[in-house]
Design a protein around this ligand. Structure first.
Ligand code: SAH
Length: 231
């Protein structure tokens, strides 16, 4: 069974978008994963296909209705669907490579993309939606966040990345940022490739890379060096 992604969105035309090209696009064509983008409006019950309403308690903007979203979720993910149900949300738990790996090892994902001010709290609770954030900034909608999450997951599916080794050595995979990379030419605007990398001494190269990883992590992301069970 291939990895199956179902996305509920007001803009299904945004999918597969960036995931229709390159590695993810080829894997989609090959059937390594599947993607359906479903229009939330199809589950509205009035003539105007209304999906949102004014916030209870007042204030700016609109809120996505719980009943319409629940209908959509029940349609694409009926009871017994083993796939986790995610809601892209800046209030969610920040996405990590650990969670990405877990998702890639599972049967797929159901993703709800918010718009406007967000979604009615009751559908989050009633359908057990796991809120996932892609960072501490606000997007205009959940769609780009869903594309980011799926990109990170799909590249880990078996057979998608040609060079499996490159995956293991990447940033975050060993709790550190990755070392710098170099390639030809040997000299670029007066800058040389670090000598050790052209020495042919694999032990020294590995030690240099490890030291550079540690230096960069200490400098840029000291938080990664703190023990954190959630990562
Ligand atoms: N009023 C909300 C923001 C709504 S942004 C708040 O202050 O928390 C509209 C939609 O964009 C959200 O419902 C969510 O689906 C999506 N979104 C915005 N920023 C996001 C982020 N950092 N990560 C994941 N989804 C995000």
């Amino acid at each position: 069974m291939s990895f199956s992604a179902s996305v509920l969105t007001l803009y299904p035309e945004m999918f597969p978008g960036a995931l229709g090209v390159s590695l993810a696009g080829r894997a989609l064509e090959a059937g390594t994963w599947s993607l359906e983008a479903i229009q939330i409006r199809d589950f509205a019950s009035d003539r105007h296909r209304t999906v949102d309403d004014t916030p209870a308690g007042g204030g700016a903007g609109m809120v996505m209705r719980a009943d319409v979203l629940a209908k959509g979720i029940d349609h694409i993910s009926p009871a017994g669907d083993p796939r986790p149900r995610l809601l892209m949300s800046p209030r969610g738990k920040p996405l990590t490579q650990v969670r990405v790996r877990e998702l890639a090892a599972g049967p797929g994902v159901v993703i709800v993309c918010g718009r406007f001010e967000g979604v009615d709290q009751r559908v989050i609770e009633a359908r057990g939606l796991e809120e996932v954030s892609i960072g501490d900034f606000i997007l205009s909608g959940g769609e780009p966040a869903a594309l980011v999450l799926l990109d990170a997951v799909v590249r880990l599916l078996p057979g998608v990345m040609g060079n499996v080794v490159s995956g293991d050595q990447e940033s975050f995979e060993n709790g550190l940022l990755e070392h710098p990379h170099y390639t030809r030419p040997q000299e670029f605007e007066g800058r040389q490739i670090p000598e050790v990398l052209t020495s042919g001494n694999h032990q020294k190269i590995a030690a240099w890379r490890r030291a550079e990883s540690e230096r960069l992590t200490k400098e840029r992301r000291p938080d990664l060096l703190e023990p954190d069970p959630s990562r």
